[in-house]
Design a protein around this ligand. Structure first.
Ligand code: CA
Length: 198
């Protein structure tokens, strides 16, 4: 191997190791902070936990709208070589290695109950974790479609690229609860801007 590819590889490694700045309004998750939902994913993806949850809250006429942008440490294709290529593509195209996926929670303004959950291009449908070519589906579910734990909806992360569902599509795989991570106020655009490499 000539020196040029080696330098390029070292540069990529340096970028991926750069620590993120801590923000004044960040809150490390604790039971005392209102983490709005619970994520469950196959244990096989435990190396890519939720790092930060951005939450943007808007009050509408009859409901409270919470846009949730979930920042995963990375997303990994099942085959290493394809994953390495895909990571390089994402660094170049999106200027980040993190995977950011969004959905919206709607609560009744009168009762605070969960009315519905919308997954715009982030619904897994019946796709399983090991599927290589994953399609992004869109779907809105009533709040009653979700199992609640401590009044929070349980959301299954069914695919390697982090598509969501109220249904576990990998019943044969061991599960991990992605319950850690920072919580901060912000929109999807804020999340994109925060993680985009300059
Ligand atoms: Ca990856």
């Amino acid at each position: 191997m000539t020196r040029k590819p080696l330098f390029f590889f070292a540069f990529l490694l340096l970028l991926s190791c750069r620590p993120l700045p801590q923000l004044a309004e960040d809150h490390k998750h604790s039971p005392y902070i209102n983490y709005p939902c619970i994520f469950v994913s196959p244990e096989k993806d435990a190396k890519n936990p939720v790092e930060i949850l951005f939450v943007k809250t808007d009050t509408l006429d009859n409901s409270i709208r919470k846009e949730i942008s979930v920042v995963f440490v990375d997303e990994d294709l099942p085959f290493f070589f394809f994953d390495w290529c895909y990571d390089a593509y994402r660094r170049n195209h999106y200027r980040r290695k993190k995977d950011i996926e969004s959905f919206v929670l709607y609560y009744s303004a009168a009762t605070d109950a969960l009315d519905s959950v919308a997954f715009p291009s982030t619904f897994s449908r019946d796709q399983r974790f090991r599927k290589n070519m994953v399609t992004h589906f869109s779907q809105t579910f009533p709040g009653s479609a979700f199992r609640l734990t401590d009044s929070r909806p349980v959301i299954f992360v069914n695919t390697w690229n982090h598509m969501f569902s109220p249904v576990d599509e990998n019943p044969g795989m061991k599960k991990d609860s992605l319950f850690a991570g920072w919580l901060r106020k912000g929109s999807r655009a804020d999340a994109e801007s925060y993680f985009r490499r300059k």
